[in-house]
Design a binder for this molecule. Structure first.
Ligand code: 13P
Length: 253
C-alpha cells in the first residue's frame, strides 16, 4: 500500500503575510487528512518562515528547485541542496516543466539535480510530462520515457529514483483548467510504473507517482481513485487553504 502524497507547488506566489495566512489555514485543517503525506513548496525566500510556522505540524516542507552543484561556490543566484536542508526542506521539485521550458533545463541537467538532491538526503519530486504537440503527435510515452531514461542512464540514477517521488504533469494541463481525464492520466502513470519495473519490481511497486495539472477539489477524488495515481502535485489550488485541504481529504479517502 503506497501512502498518498499531496504537494503544493506555490510557484512564484506569496508574501510574508500570505505565507502566514495560508499556512495557518492548512495547519488547522490538515488533521482531517490522516494517512496523507502533505507537503508545501513555497518560494526559496519564504522557506525559513514556513519552516518556523510549520514546526510541530504534520506538513512537510519542500523547495521548487536547486542547484546541480552541492556545497558552496561561485554560482550567483543559485541555492544548494545543503542550504535547502539547512532551511528545513525535506523535498525538492526537480525538472518542473516551467524550469524545462522557460529556463531551458535539459533532461541531463534535471537528472543531475535529482542525483545531487537524493545524495544530500532530500526527496526529489521529479516532474515529467509532454507538451500538447507531443501528445497530439502520439509521442507522450516516448517523451516521458526519454525524461526518465536521462536519470536511469546515469550510474547513480536508479538509486536516486528509489528515493524520488515522480510527478506526471502533462504540460497542456498545467494552469489551463484542462485536466487530463483520469483514464488519460492513468495510462501514462501505468506506463511510468511499467518502465520502472524494467529496473526492479520493488522500485515499481513502491514508487509514488503523482498527477499534476489543473487538479481541483472537484476532480481530485476521481483522479486519485485510479490504480497508479498516488496523489497530486497542485499548483493554483494549493494557494487556497480550503481548496488544498479538500484535495488532501480526497487523497485520504
Ligand atoms: P496547476 O495545478 O495550477 O495546473 O499547476 C500544476 C503544476 O504545475 C504543479 O507543479
Amino acid at each position: 500500500m503506497r501512502r498518498p502524497i499531496v504537494a503544493g507547488n506555490w510557484k512564484m506566489h506569496g508574501s510574508r503575510a500570505f505565507v502566514s495566512e495560508l499556512l495557518a489555514g492548512i495547519k488547522e485543517g490538515v488533521t482531517a487528512c490522516e494517512g496523507v503525506e502533505v507537503i508545501v513548496c513555497p518560494p526559496f525566500v519564504y522557506l525559513d518562515q514556513a519552516a518556523s510556522l510549520l514546526e510541530g505540524a504534520r506538513v512537510a516542507l519542500g523547495a521548487q528547485n536547486l542547484c546541480q552543484v552541492s556545497g558552496q561556490g561561485a554560482y550567483t543566484g543559485e541555492i544548494s541542496c545543503d542550504m535547502l536542508r539547512d532551511m528545513g526542506a525535506g523535498h525538492v521539485i526537480v525538472g518542473h516543466s516551467e524550469r524545462r521550458n522557460i529556463y531551458g533545463e535539459s533532461d541531463a541537467l534535471v537528472a543531475e539535480k535529482a542525483i545531487v538532491a537524493a545524495a544530500a538526503g532530500l526527496t526529489p519530486i521529479l516532474c515529467v510530462g509532454e507538451l500538447l504537440e507531443e501528445r497530439e503527435s502520439g509521442q507522450t510515452e516516448q517523451v516521458v520515457g526519454r525524461q526518465l531514461d536521462a536519470l536511469l542512464q546515469r550510474e547513480e540514477g536508479a538509486a536516486a529514483l528509489e528515493k524520488s517521488v515522480i510527478a506526471y504533469e502533462p504540460v497542456w494541463a498545467i494552469g489551463t483548467g484542462r485536466t487530463a481525464t483520469p483514464e488519460q492520466a492513468q495510462e501514462v502513470h501505468a506506463y511510468i510504473r511499467q518502465r520502472l519495473a524494467q529496473i526492479s519490481q520493488n522500485l515499481a511497486d513502491g514508487a509514488r507517482i503523482l498527477y499534476g495539472g489543473s487538479v481541483k477539489p472537484g476532480n481530485a477524488a476521481e483522479l486519485f481513485g485510479m490504480a497508479d495515481i498516488d496523489g497530486g502535485l497542485i499548483g493554483g489550488a494549493s494557494l487556497k487553504a480550503g481548496d488544498f485541504l479538500a484535495i488532501c481529504r480526497a487523497a485520504a479517502s
